[in-house]
Design a protein around this ligand. Structure first.
Ligand SMILES: Cc1cc2nc3c(=O)[nH]c(=O)nc-3n(C[C@H](O)[C@H](O)[C@H](O)COP(=O)(O)OP(=O)(O)OC[C@H]3O[C@@H](n4cnc5c(N)ncnc54)[C@H](O)[C@@H]3O)c2cc1C
Length: 461
């Protein structure tokens, strides 16, 4: 039966199967999720969002919420339900004096970066500019400023939401503080955020060391990473990627396709001369085959990965945390990562810590603040015939280091095939999140996410 286009109180556009735009409108970033929603509702206001929520409930249709559409497990689409598309809600207002940013629930990171950088400011968020602010923020938000400024949720001051009953509410430190706590790490379980309010921070150019070492040198690179990161200032961010090198402006063509370690070591302190000195010292010890140290504008850095991580490939992710890059972890990671086939797959060894650890573990719903390293294993490939091989590679890397991990995973770097996804994502925050879920969405209307069952559906607590 064709879906109705008529939604009471809705002023946006509706796309249904058979429309010329339908196939384009149902696409999300990860091509693994080729789903057929009954309708896609393009909202332009919070009133539109509320109208669609009420309509979906009245019709008994599942709701998928889509901002940037980058959900790796495909939670922003569904078969037979309604996709609530928020890209029309992408207005951004900056108050440079108060250093506040009001950001629509459908804005992309690139839009936020451009708007804040006009005033020399940023909101700390992720590293690929076509990612959505909303999904990234609600899961926590890791990025290149996290060691200095914390997670994205640590700069969140408040949010406007449409609830599961189609009401409008605000959540901040004074209004509905439990809901505000849950939004800072608990994902899209509690309502649809139509506007975020963030604290913004000053930032200038970055100093960036980019290196390539062949895979035989990977043990030395990761051992040095552990040694340096253990006492590094917050201004220093270390990321190493075990992968086949992709074309980069700083990388001579002869290395493209070679298996090795690409390291990006970024300095974001105000004193760039000091940054250059620190990075030159690291470069000397890395003795890489290719080394580049460059002063890079923040916006340029934020868009450098856009093409490599572009839309339309097939993807699968596993991730977890390490307290240290021990010799056993380094050996296990390198051995299995070296079996990589796809030129787009990689193991990211991402130094966390810093300001993240200085926020009280119970202040927000994000539970993984103590780890030193986030190991993210995003497999990406083009051809569906390679699905099994690539997924198995990511799982094998994960299995190899799982015994050494601290437990749990970052909700935004998870698939939907964990044995107990909610416990993995939310850990010690889960019981309180369940209570908040029971108060705001007892019927589990918002369930296409790393889902927190309300108390009456979950185990008794
Ligand atoms: C290329 C790429 C790069 C990435 N880089 C980073 C990174 O640097 N740092 C990082 O932390 N993560 C990163 N991620 C992971 C990213 O945070 C998640 O994929 C996140 O869900 C993306 O948000 P989105 O709005 O684009 O996704 P969507 O697919 O639109 O939404 C994902 C889920 O978020 C919820 N949601 C979305 N919008 C709303 C809303 N307005 N209100 C309520 N719930 C909502 C829904 O549950 C939805 O299913 C990256 C992912 C990709 C694919």
């Amino acid at each position: 039966m064709a879906a109705t286009r008529k939604i009471d109180g809705f002023d946006g556009e509706v796309v249904v199967a058979g429309d010329a735009r339908y196939d384009e409108a149902r696409v999300i970033w990860n091509a693994m999720h080729d789903k057929h929603p009954a309708l896609i509702a393009y909202c332009h206001s919070s009133a539109d969002v509320a109208a669609v929520v009420r309509h979906a409930r009245a019709e008994g249709l599942a709701i998928a919420v889509r901002s940037g559409g980058h959900s790796l497990p495909g939670h922003s689409t569904c078969d037979g339900g309604i996709v609530i598309d928020l890209r029309g809600l992408n207005s951004i207002e900056i108050d440079p004096t108060a250093r506040r940013a009001r950001v629509g629930g459908g804005a992309l990171l690139g839009e936020l970066d451009v708007a804040t950088q006009e005033h020399g400011l940023i909101v700390p968020a992720g590293v690929v500019s076509h990612t959505g602010v909303a999904g990234l923020t609600l899961g926590g938000g890791v990025g290149r400023q996290m060691r200095r400024l914390g997670l994205t949720v640590d700069s969140l001051l408040g949010a406007e939401l449409v609830t599961a009953t189609g009401e409008f509410v605000r959540a901040d430190a004074d209004a509905n503080p439990d809901l505000f706590w849950a939004l800072r790490g608990g994902g899209g379980n509690f309502g649809i955020v139509t506007e975020f309010e963030f604290r913004a921070h000053e930032i200038g150019d970055l100093m960036v060391l980019a290196t390539f070492n062949p895979i035989e040198e990977a043990p030395r690179v990761l051992t040095l990473a552990e040694e340096i990161a253990a006492s590094a200032p917050d201004e220093l961010l270390w990321t190493s990627f075990l992968r086949r090198a992709q074309p980069q402006v700083w990388l001579p063509d002869e290395w493209v396709g070679t298996l090795g370690v690409v390291s990006l070591i970024e300095w974001s302190g105000a004193d760039l001369d000091e940054g250059r000195r620190v990075l030159a010292g690291i470069a000397e010890r890395l003795a890489a085959s290719v080394t580049s140290i460059e002063q890079v504008p923040f916006l340029k850095m934020q868009t450098a990965g856009d093409e490599l991580f572009g839309h339309g490939k097939r993807s699968y992710v596993k991730a977890g945390y390490l307290a240290a890059l021990s010799p056993e972890a380094i050996e296990a990671l390198i051995e299995v990562a070296s079996d990589v086939s796809s030129e787009f797959s990689q193991v990211e060894v991402l130094g966390v810590g810093g300001a993240i650890t200085r926020v009280d573990a119970e202040a927000t719903a994000f539970p993984h603040r103590e780890a030193a390293w986030l190991i993210n294993i995003p497999a990406s490939w083009v051809d569906a015939s390679e699905d099994e091989r690539e997924i198995e590679w990511a799982r094998a890397v994960y299995r190899a280091i799982e015994p050494l991990m601290t437990g749990g995973a970052y909700a935004n770097f998870m698939g939907d095939d964990e044995d107990d996804g909610a416990a993995t994502a939310y850990g010690p925050a889960l019981d309180r999140l369940r209570r908040v879920k029971s108060a705001w969405d007892p019927d589990n209307v918002f369930r296409l996410n790393q889902n927190i069952l309300p108390i009456n559906e979950g185990k008794p607590i």
